[in-house]
Design a protein around this ligand. Structure first.
Ligand code: DX5
Ligand code: ZN
Length: 216
């Protein structure tokens, strides 16, 4: 049986001197979101890029942009990424005591609200927020770097979130490839962030096709 999935390529493994060309190629390959990994050097050690990049990419593609904020102060960056044209913002549960208020503030502005949980964080933090969430991001590696190995224990977390809500979008991020995507989809994941696998594929279009066909 084929499982409907959304592919959300991350640009983290691209050459930072040229983000535009791979993003244009990803769009041509048929993707659902462009996933921007924003790291502040504090929540996670590396620093990547800011809202200026989102604004520049917004002019080049029609695919919606989402910001995955790996930052200690998520709401300090909401305005900049919304103004840059991101229509989904995902922040980390571990970075705030006020996840409920932050989701409310995104929803009020017509932005899809997503919360990410690290591999070491219990899915229970999600339960009181479900009515306010468009998406739950279950990290399948520890955040900060592309190219890490998928952590298989995270499959149970995906199942647990799906058991809490039959409808919420469940995104997975880290180590997604044609081998891991099928069990993740069967566990209930709907949105797949893919970084280094697409860079290894012969082309974005081929890689995206492989991922979709792995799900039937
Ligand atoms: C990790 C990032 C991911 C990363 C995934 O902190 O959030 O989006 O780019 O990369 P791969 O697919 O290489 O694991
Ligand atoms: Zn990410």
């Amino acid at each position: 049986m084929s499982i409907p999935i959304r592919i959300c390529p991350s640009i983290l493994s691209c050459d930072p001197a040229n983000f535009a060309d791979p993003v244009i190629a990803m769009e041509a390959g048929g993707v659902d979101w462009i996933h921007l990994d924003v790291m502040d050097g504090q929540f996670v050690p590396p620093i990547t890029f800011g809202a200026g990049l989102a604004a520049s990419l917004k002019d080049k593609v029609e695919t919606p942009l989402e910001a995955h904020l790996m930052t200690l102060t998520p709401d300090a960056h909401f305005d900049a990424f919304i103004d840059a044209g991101c229509t989904r913002i995902i922040f980390h549960a571990e970075a705030t005591s006020h996840a409920h208020r932050l989701c409310q503030s995104l929803r009020r502005r017509g932005i899809e609200a997503g919360i990410a949980i690290n591999p070491g964080t219990s899915v229970e933090v999600i339960r009181p927020l479900l009515n306010l969430l468009d998406l739950v991001l279950v990290m399948t590696v520890n955040p900060g770097w592309g190219g890490q190995e998928f952590i298989p224990e995270c499959l149970d977390k995906v199942r647990a979130v799906r058991a809490m809500s039959p409808t919420v979008a469940i995104q997975v991020d880290g180590g997604v490839d044609p081998k891991t995507i099928r069990p993740l989809a069967e566990a209930g994941a709907t949105d797949f962030v893919v970084g280094s696998y697409l860079m290894r594929a012969s082309s974005s279009a081929d890689g995206i096709k492989e991922l979709r066909s792995a799900c039937g």
